[in-house]
Design a protein around this ligand. Structure first.
Ligand SMILES: [Zn+2]
Length: 233
């Protein structure tokens, strides 16, 4: 469940990322009545098993069963909650087309939310790892090792979101960032999910990687993610 918005007096339009059909929108009838039979099952973050019936313009949700109530596990922790919100928004933005299977994005999102709730890793890095992997699945894989332009073997020093990642000395563009070597290693670890490296990284490298991931994401979405503004950096 990614997002909901009001429809008429008592209904909501629910935006979902599904395992088999990608992005789907459906109407939840009567969900805003205090006596609603839906309870919290149709709220953002909830992983549900659901049935849809074809409606005139939008499909109608006829049944929903909670598989994992991520929202109740995230709700009390501001940092985890805002990281989770940014994940939901990114997933919706990167799977722009409705009814196009997006299994990898679905699995990344469920895995990312699960990692946020278990608390094994810091929320900021769970989010950053999700963002670079989600961008990769969407076709915007960053290069943190070889040069993003000519492919020359790294490590390289310049980072430029518009060029797709790290650039060698020959391909370097004006205005590129020059992150610390440790930050570049960290970025690669966030992309590959190498938590042994991520979990022991120093705060200044985590912060630097964090800023570069945000810059990369914003470059690849036509406008910045609203929810990223609330994530504590
Ligand atoms: Zn190059």
């Amino acid at each position: 469940m990614l997002r909901t918005h009001k429809l008429g007096e008592a209904d909501r339009i629910v935006t979902l990322l599904t395992r088999s059909q990608g992005l789907v929108r459906g109407v939840a009838k009567g969900v805003r009545r205090t006596t609603s039979r839906w309870g919290s099952r149709l709220e953002p973050f909830t992983h549900v098993d659901l049935q849809l019936a074809e409606g005139r313009s939008l499909d109608v949700i006829t049944q929903a069963e909670t598989l994992t109530p991520f929202s109740s596990r995230l709700g009390l922790d501001y940092e985890r909650y805002t990281a989770g919100t940014a994940m939901l928004e990114t997933a919706e933005r990167l799977v722009a087309e409705e009814r196009q299977p997006a299994l990898q994005q679905f699995l990344l999102l469920v895995g990312g939310l699960r990692a946020l709730t278990t608390g094994e890793h810091r929320p900021g890095q769970v989010l950053d790892s999700f963002l670079v992997r989600s961008l990769s699945v969407a076709g915007y894989a960053p290069s943190f090792d070889g040069c993003a332009r000519c492919g020359a073997t790294g490590p390289h020093r310049a980072f430029n979101p518009s060029a797709g990642g790290m650039l060698c000395a020959d391909c370097r563009l004006p205005g590129s960032a020059t992150p610390a070597a440790e930050t570049v290693v960290l970025l690669g670890a966030l992309l590959s999910g190498d938590w042994a490296v991520v979990d022991v990284a120093e705060p200044r490298h985590l912060r630097e990687a964090n800023g570069l991931v945000a810059a990369y994401l914003q470059w690849h979405l036509e406008r910045g993610l609203r929810s990223l503004a609330y994530v504590e950096r």
